[in-house]
Design a protein around this ligand. Structure first.
Ligand code: FES
Ligand code: FES
Length: 161
């Protein structure tokens, strides 16, 4: 069975027809070519597929595309403003928190939403916030450092010349 779908993704409106059983993750990756969200487990266990739905982080592998009617979806591709990376993205680069990168788009999405709610987190709170994400490469230390650095950067008002 197919459903009409009107959804806004990274600020761009899309009108498509989707299969009832198509996940949001497959819709993003296979139909729209938005490949930032990764397919790790396809079962809600790894966090690689995390996206923001109306600002709330959710696993796109567990959600049907047809449920997204009228919603705002943000993927890692939607965080930068032109050439200006989001402070969380900049902090991950600065802190060397990216190795293979497979887990990183999902973690950055979670971190962004977390820091907006918790501008002054403790290290333990950051560890708890990303506890649903699996990373096979980094050992998590640099990732936690990057999120703490991003928190600081997001608290500092931008300097204007
Ligand atoms: S691919 Fe969705 S949680 Fe692993
Ligand atoms: S950087 Fe490779 S899985 Fe996290």
């Amino acid at each position: 069975m197919k459903h009409p779908l009107g959804v806004t993704i990274n600020g761009v409106p899309y009108d498509r027809v989707v299969e009832s059983r198509r996940t949001l993750l497959d819709f993003l990756r296979d139909e729209l070519g938005i490949t930032g969200p990764k397919k790790g487990c396809d079962a809600g266990d790894c966090g690689c597929c995390m996206v923001l739905i109306d600002g709330v982080p959710m696993h796109s592998c567990l959600i049907l595309a047809a449920e997204m009617e009228g919603r705002q979806v943000t993927t890692i591709e939607g965080l930068a403003r032109g050439d200006q990376l989001h402070p969380v993205q900049e902090a991950f680069i600065r802190c060397g928190a990216v190795q293979c990168g497979f887990c990183i788009p999902g973690i950055i999405i979670t971190a962004k939403a977390f820091l907006e709610e918790h501008p002054n987190p403790t290290t333990d709170e950051v560890i708890e916030a990303i506890s649903g994400h699996l990373c096979r490469c980094t050992g998590y230390l640099q990732i936690v450092d990057a999120i703490m650095a991003a928190a600081e950067a997001m608290r500092v008002p931008p300097q204007h010349a």
